[in-house]
Design a protein around this ligand. Sequence first.
Ligand code: SF4
Length: 348
Amino acid sequence: MNSQKKGVEQLVELNNVDMNFYKSNGLFKKPQELNALHNINFKIHKGEIVVVVGESGSGKSTLANVIAGLLNPTAGTYQFKGKEIHSMTKEEAKEYRNSIQIIQQDSYAALNPMRTMLKSLGDPMLIKKYATKDNLLEEVNKYLETVDLTPTDQFINKYPHQMSGGQRQRALIARALSMKPELILADEPVSMIDVSLRVSILNLLARLNEERTIAILYITHDLATARYVGRDGRIAVMYLGEIVETGNLQEVLSNPQHPYLQALLTAVPIPDPRLSRKRTELGLNGTELPDIANMPSGCRFHTRCMYCKEICKTKRPKPVQRGSSTVACHLVDELPKFELFKKEVRGD
Ligand code: SF4
């Protein structure tokens, strides 16, 4: 493990990034602006694991697409390894794109159904000159072995439909690895595979991070897997296109300060029903995420927040540092201390 280099070199730096989409409003009207990301300040260092958590519609996949260079931010700056994306030379832009590989949620859609694993993995390696025709077989075998698709000769000539969801996900990881990335964006990589196989895929990602110093951006709506993958890393919690709380994952989850994160934590199922009943209930005023076309004024969470005051409806909260966390909430210093369980369970 290259632990000395881990977390020192900066890979990704987003400053005040906004991402807007435009929705047609009829022939003679101005298109409607939809703000999918607002004022995002976000960093990923070499070899780091960063988890982005939020409901669907919170902007986490849009953030991943901006980082991967698939979307151009409407405002703000984006640097990769200290270089502004827009001022990169053709060669630098190529290297940047190659350094970031995406592992999609739907492995079936991500793999060409007409190609065997040899073609799916081998062709990009030939194009990038990471292998020659002479050593291609050996190289593809090597990557299949790394992701535990063994014995490799049983997988190398298989088509995607001849493999299980977990095996296809491993093949996607092998293909990403063969591009020698510095950052892997894993967008809900286990949400479509069998629950019994999820941990082994998450362990594989953790092993690659540890052994190869590859940074991982893990995107999920599921706090349980977020906690598992990001146990030594950082977390960013997103709500309606904004980061509402961020910091060291262990510290943020043991002392959540933003009401949205507190509500998320009280909603995670607990297997023991007796314990579950003794959990603090942190209600939300409404379960539906507001429509992005009708964005709430002030704090975007105010329509659902049980602590909402007048200021929350009109003024956008600025992120403030509290302990090791950065929190965007006007009332961060006034809220009652959050305890996941009621007093009788805590025994204090
Ligand atoms: Fe709730 Fe107000 Fe804090 Fe927003 S700023 S999270 S509405 S208390």
